[in-house]
Design a protein around this ligand. Structure first.
Ligand code: UD1
Length: 374
């Protein structure tokens, strides 16, 4: 089987690593396309090195632009690659612009290439149409031929949108494959010592969602909330480039003073930081899942989550919305207290073997010439 795998942005890399490995083990040919949506060493190259991902067979080099321009650039550059490679499967992961752009192209040339599309992490829904990721998820799932879901609740979302059950396979969470493989490596690093931190005696935070960082008042409120938490324990904040730019733009630099601010971290260091934290405050999707897998309390700094299984079967708590400094502090205290009482078991399929199930699903559902989405 010839399988083209697409990756573009930081949260994609830990998802494609186990899939590429499982394809190789099963004797299938894989072609890796990096769209270049993320391009900084810290946002991209580090992940390839640390996770042992092969060099991309094609690098589209699209970089940063508005949503329309970035999506269009990916589409324009991806089409000739797809026509040249002629894979049986195009595998896309997650919900970033690269995911949707590659899916759009593959679906439009479907009759010429006969390539079929598998979406890994299908069926997640925030129901918040202001999130670019929600648009990416819905469009990708509607066009994909095979919907590979990470948690058992995801299938219901797809079925409610009219997608045929025959095209849905529950495979579990592939990001947790990477977490389980890398956790011993992360624990063997001296990340905490280097940062002067003691296990369970600090809080980690991440912040990059447009809803939190593109508005001056919202960003100020979150930073003030983190400062309140920092009155009891150090708060470590690796900063995404988008957040850095906006803190400068809104002149909020002084609000970082109570916090320990870091550059974006590579995969292993970030995992070590998450694993050792007393609690993580985040607006990331992936970190909600990683904290649940690790049994670390998590507070999600968003209005809703597309990953409700991290609340029903995990350690995640939503901060009260709209975010206020006191609300963040209260949610932090509540989440630490709740997880101290009982650490929930991991959700089904978060067991380190999702990539094998993904490859099996591709093998079983060999596309036929006339196959099309339901
Ligand atoms: C993207 C994803 C988001 C994901 C996030 C993780 C979409 C719509 N959003 O958001 O779902 O959670 O990645 O990081 O696909 N930048 C750099 N260096 C880089 C990449 C970006 O400096 O390597 C800067 C850009 O100049 C830009 C900002 O970061 O100002 C945003 O980058 P972009 O890829 O547009 O979106 P993210 O916010 O990273």
């Amino acid at each position: 089987m010839k399988v083209l795998v697409v990756a573009g942005a930081r949260p994609n890399f830990m998802k494609v690593a186990p899939i590429l490995r499982a394809l190789e083990v099963a004797g299938h040919e894989s072609i890796l396309v990096h769209t270049g949506q993320h391009y900084d060493a810290a946002m991209s190259d580090t992940f390839f090195t640390e996770l042992g991902i092969k060099a991309p067979d094609f690098h589209l080099g699209v970089g940063t632009a508005s949503h329309a321009v970035q999506t269009a650039r990916i589409m324009e550059a991806f089409e000739p690659v797809l026509m040249k490679v002629h894979p049986q499967w195009v595998v896309v992961v997650g919900d970033v612009n690269s995911t949707m752009a590659a899916t759009l192209v593959a679906s439009k040339v479907r009759t010429e290439t006969h390539a079929h599309i598998a979406h890994v992490e299908a069926g997640l829904r925030s129901r918040d149409w202001r999130m670019p990721e929600e648009i990416n998820r819905v469009v990708t799932d509607r066009l994909a031929d095979l919907l590979l879901t990470p948690s058992e609740d995801a299938a219901a979302n797809l079925i409610a949108e009219g997608i045929s059950e025959a095209n849905i396979r529950f495979v579990g969470n592939v990001m947790i494959d990477t977490l389980m493989l890398q956790l011993p490596v992360a624990r063997a690093t001296n990340t905490l010592e280097r940062l002067g931190l003691r296990r369970r005696h600090y809080v980690a935070a991440t912040l990059h969602r447009p809803s939190n960082v593109d508005d001056a008042a919202a960003l100020a409120a979150v930073l003030e909330g983190l400062a309140l938490v920092a009155e009891s324990l150090p708060v470590v904040l690796p900063l995404h480039p988008r957040t850095v730019k906006n803190i400068e733009r809104f002149h909020l630099g002084a609000k970082l003073t109570p916090l320990t601010v870091l550059e974006p971290l590579g995969y292993t260091q970030m995992l070590a930081l998450t694993d050792g934290a007393q609690c993580v405050l985040t607006d990331s999707g992936g970190i909600q899942e990683e904290t649940t897998a690790l049994g670390v309390p998590c507070v999600t700094l968003r209005e809703q989550t597309e990953r409700p299984v991290t609340i029903t079967h995990g350690t995640n708590h939503m901060a009260p919305w709209p975010l206020t400094p006191r609300g963040i502090l209260g949610a932090y205290a509540d989440s630490v207290a709740a997880v101290a009482q009982a650490t929930p078991p991991r959700p089904a399929g978060w067991d380190g073997h999702a990539a094998e199930r993904i490859v099996k699903a591709l093998e079983e559902k060999r596309p036929t010439k006339h196959y099309s989405p339901s």
